[in-house]
Design a protein around this ligand. Sequence first.
Ligand code: AMP
Ligand code: DBH
Length: 552
Amino acid sequence: MLDGCTPWPEEFADRYRAAGYWTGETLTGFLRDRARSFADLTAVVGGGRRWTYAELDERADRLATGLARLGLKAGDRVVVQLPNRPEVFEVVFALFRLGALPVYALPAHRLAEIGYLCSFTEAAALVITDTDAGFDYRDMAADVRAQVGGPDHILVAGSTGGSPGLTALEDLRADAADPAVLAAPDPSDVAFLQLSGGTTGLPKLIPRTHDDYLYSVRASADICGLTPATVYLGALPIVHNFPMSSPGFLGVFHVGGTVVLAPDPSPATCLELIEAERVTHTAVVPPVALLWLEAVDRGPQAHRDLSSLQVFQVGGAKFGPKAARRVRPVLGCALQQVFGMAEGLVNYTRADDDEETVVHTQGRPISPDDEVRVVGPDGADVPVGEVGHLLTRGPYTIRGYYRAPEHNAAAFTPDGFYRTGDLVRRTPTGHLVVEGRVKDQINRGGEKVAPDEIENHILAHPAVHDAAVVAMPDTFLGERTCAYVIPRGAAPTRSELLGFLRGRGLAGYKIPDRVEFTDEFPATGIGKVSKRELREAITDHLRAAALRTDPG
Ligand code: AMP
Ligand code: DBH
């Protein structure tokens, strides 16, 4: 296994194989196999292109050959940061073919995150696009290289703009595939690294194996009722765990369906695509769901023909019952709530669940062998119906983060349960209702922010003495970030501080939504900063301000 990863104990691995969950299939062979079964069916639509399974397979083959000639090989880590365009599939399947490990970054990531990922994983290459949404990724890549002294290869899906340190994928793709480059990885080995939302200073990396991940993909495709007639709209950044595997593009490719890539999740873009491509399934986070509901419900997209839509998945953050109840009347399709995590466990409401279950719960686990415990502060199981901390272990939940022994000691119990940090309640049917969290994390409409990481960036400002970042309630995103700052001497202005954070190359969604200057922080009994009191203070403040503007 890849160094710095925690395998499942042998007795569990044996059990998961015996139960038929771990089949020995690998992501290396996955696409070739599907291309044999579904050659002429459409695999991908996006960016003005349509590729059949045979075409995607051939492209991945030729690119893999080019990458091998460049020197990339099995076991190499390759940071992949691409927007929702068909090349993203060509690249990840080419890497799987070589046995190289994609490290998935989001398009929103900037120098701080990409630099960290490249250096922490000792990446052999970084794959970017040229420009997207007004941002030039080539400039960022040059800064990454200047900062971390690597990676050796920066590959661009698009134009290099003539820059000498960059290689265009177009120039790399071999004229013909060399079958000798095909790797033969052990199915129990790590296939890629996924990013966690994280709670501590730097994002944690999640190692997923061929066996465990493909089990979750196959089971998800089955639960979600995918068939070769499925047309899935990829509205979220496609390499996020949700649109990749729950059931996501891998679930769709597993059954021979079509993935339509949306360049952005806006209602204008997506609802037009749903109508034009006769989309049957899609997946969004709650704020996007709210925008779509508004746009269709007597809004500017009310005229769209959405009759093809069968399943509307919402997950990543809590979807309130009020909005959940509007899905069927407004969009004319079924809602499926999805509560998942890149670490493993995924819960779905099912097609045959009654309306109250679909509206009020976040679903139940994929697998009969997902072990779910809901425990109190003493670590003992609480009765059904009571709120407790969710711990889980199972055939597709990791036993440890990548190269993080200290963090693992806290994030996993000695017997291997992952401490999700989520507070849940279990219903008599085994469905889970997410009630809150114990982890220090802000869930900004599905985008996770680790306060600790932002605090460290704020503390780097010379005029900052101390910083504490907390969640504040928000009707649209659920939560936004508020940074409490104790200045050192003359306080910087808000805009100066935010400009400073942007200048450090922090992803936009991590820039605090609000900054409050203060002289001191409230303390807990043992003298730690009381984030609970800060959260309450900002919540009270916002409520009072709302009452002033809307006294009714
Ligand atoms: P990550 O570990 O970064 O993959 O993020 C997973 C976390 O997102 C979970 O542990 C939950 O805190 C949160 N989450 C995901 N889906 C939902 C949902 N449907 N409702 C509430 N929280 C969710
Ligand atoms: O939030 C998540 O990470 C998430 C949500 C839904 C996820 O990883 C998933 C489904 O697989």
